[in-house]
Structure formats: C-alpha cells, structure tokens
Design a protein around this ligand. Structure first.
Ligand SMILES: *[C@@H]1O[C@H](CO)[C@@H](O)[C@H](O)[C@H]1NC(C)=O
Length: 337
C-alpha cells in the first residue's frame, strides 16, 4: 500500500517535474516509478501484446515474401497484397476484410495464409491473435453443430474484444456445416458494433477447393490455345469462380448465402501447378535446408509427381504437396550412396 502510493507519486512527479527535482523530492518513489515504467515496457517487449511492436502489418514484406516463395500464382501475388494494403490503410473500414481463396490441392492456399500471418504478426501463425480453424479437425461432428456455433461465436467475440486486429483462417470451408458458417456471418457484415465490440478491423480468410475444377478447366483451355498462363487475368476467372461456387450443389449452400449478402470482398483463384512450378517448389525446399546442388534432385522430385489430364499431363495432381517429403527422401538417399 505504502510502497504502491509512493510508486505512483514518484511516477507522477517524474512525469510532471523535471527528473532531478522529482528525484530530490522523493528519491525512492521516483526511481521505483522509473523501474515500474521500464518493467511495463519490457513486459510488452517480451510478451505478445496487441501493439504495433507485435503486429507490424508489414505489407511490403508480404509482397516480397509472396514474390519470392509462391510459385505459379500471379493473380494471388498481385491481388492479395493490394487487398490487404487497401484494407489496412483505411483507418475506419466499413467491415472486416474477407478473402475467399479457391483452388486445387497443393496450390499454396495454406502456405499463403501462413505468409500473410507472418507478415502482419511478428509471431506469425503462433500469434495469439491468429486463429486457424480446420473444419474436419475443429468441427468434425454434425451432431454437435449447435455447440460449435456457440463456441465459435464466443471465441470470435472474445478474441476481437482482446485485440481488434485479429485474424481468423477457416480451412476446408467446403466441409463446414452451413449452420456453423451462418454463425460467422454477423462478424463479416457492415454492423458498426455488435455487443459493443467492433469487428471491422478483423481479417477473415476462407480456404477451399470449391471452384478448383473450374479454374483448372480455364487454365487448361489457355494452354490448349497456346496462350501464356501469366496472361490469365483475375476477371477472367472471378466471374467463372463466383458462378461455379454459387451453383455447385455440394458447396453452393454456404457460399450462396455469403455471396448473396456480399460478405466476401475478394475471390482469389489459385491456378493448378505445372512441372516447372514443382521444380521451383523442390528447389525452395532444398535451399531452405541449405543444400547447394539443388538442380538434379528438384528434377527427380518433379518427375515423380503425377500429372493430369490423362493425355496432356500438364498439371500436378497434388500440386506441391509432399514435395518437401520427397526432397528429404532424395537428399538422404544421396548421402548414403
Ligand atoms: C480465442 O480463440 C481461441 C481459439 O483459437 C480460444 O481457444 C480462446 O478461448 C478464445 N479466447 C477468448 C477470450 O474467447
């Protein structure tokens, strides 16, 4: 009590008077006050807080990182940083940001959400302000839907109350029960406040395979006509994508309701990966393990993957998935011979 009061007094004196004078009037309180202020600073340095130090929102880093590490996705590389930059530069956004990312297996959807998390939050995916929900893992049982709904709403509410710059990633969106998705809707909408909490600075990312087949079709058609995939524009795919996702009976239900209400800000297509992209993925995996001679193994790895369609064999069936495992296999095999 006594110490606490002197501490406060010391702090107040230190702030209002010139330091030497404050120190002379109440040396103990003054120095204790400084110590406590230093302690607070240190604590926020050491333990993650909802501050700029921990949430640097580094869009420049995001751009660079995507350009360097994401292969074969020129649309995503262009659109994602712009979408996020626009959102972050608005100090009074009308609603939370929602990105819906679509594409075939292994094209980099999870990888990109990780890069986004790492650029915006110092702790990346480990940040307590970044939340990943995987449908088959977190909401596996249709019977428990009402419990999931309640829990999810509480979590979003609780976490955004603690930090308005929270990010929520929903993986396997196409496997989520429509009711669970319904329960997220209010947080995506244009309400200014909901139970006194504003959700307008939060980011929601939805990942799904929905529309992947359609995207593949469009890219294949480009290839067949001898056109470069890099010339495919966002608009060429976006309408296809919205329509496909909207009408597909398996995935249409959830998307339809989100699209109807205009709650999704961006549909981002991920294109199927070709042999040359798999080579790049393998090289990157090896470089991150500090291997020097990457060329040969990368080609071996890419040759081991399977490709579709049956006749043309252009796109990797599993994208770059398991490439890292194959790299491990070949690099250990090399060492032993
Ligand atoms: C925040 O979300 C996590 C799940 O990612 C949950 O475990 C936690 O209880 C939530 N926090 C609050 C305060 O609701």
């Amino acid at each position: 009590m006594e110490i606490g009061r002197r501490l406060l007094l010391g702090l107040a004196l230190g702030l209002t008077l010139t330091p030497p004078l404050a120190a002379a009037l109440d040396p103990f309180g003054f120095f204790a006050g400084i110590a406590s202020a230093v302690y607070e600073r240190l604590k926020s340095r050491l333990k993650e807080c909802c501050t700029e130090d921990w949430i640097p929102l580094d869009v420049t880093g995001l751009k660079a990182n995507l350009r360097k590490n994401l292969f074969g996705q020129h649309i995503a590389i262009d659109v994602i940083p712009k979408a996020i930059e626009g959102f972050l530069s608005n100090s009074e956004p009308e609603k939370s940001l929602t990105l819906s990312i679509h594409g075939w297996t292994g094209t980099g959807k999870n990888f990109v959400s990780k890069i986004i998390a790492e650029s915006l939050y110092k702790e990346g995916m480990d940040s307590k302000y970044v939340h990943l929900f995987v449908a088959s893992l977190h909401f596996p049982n249709a019977q428990h839907t009402s419990q999931y709904k309640q829990q999810l709403q509480q979590w979003i509410h609780g976490n955004v109350s603690a930090c308005e710059r929270s990010m929520f990633i929903f993986d396997e969106m196409d496997k989520m029960h429509p009711d669970v998705i319904d329960s997220i809707k209010p947080f995506l909408d244009y309400y200014s406040h909901l139970n006194r909490v504003s959700y307008r600075k939060a980011i929601f990312i939805f990942l799904s395979n929905a529309g992947g087949v359609k995207i593949n079709e469009v890219v294949l058609n480009y290839w067949k006509r001898g056109m470069k995939r890099e010339d495919i524009r966002w608009n060429d795919l976006q309408d296809h994508l919205a329509l496909e996702v909207y009408n597909n009976k398996n995935t249409g239900f959830w998307h339809a309701s989100l699209i109807d209400m205009n709650l999704i800000d961006y549909f981002i297509p991920f294109l199927p990966l070709e042999h040359r992209h798999v080579v790049l993925c393998a090289k990157a995996a090896m470089q991150s393990r500090h291997f020097k001679d990457v060329e040969q193994v990368a080609i071996k790895v890419a040759e081991e993957m399977m490709y579709f369609p049956k006749d043309e064999k252009i796109f990797s069936i599993r994208g770059c998935k398991q490439v890292a495992t194959k790299v491990d296999y070949w690099t250990t095999a090399d060492k032993e011979t």
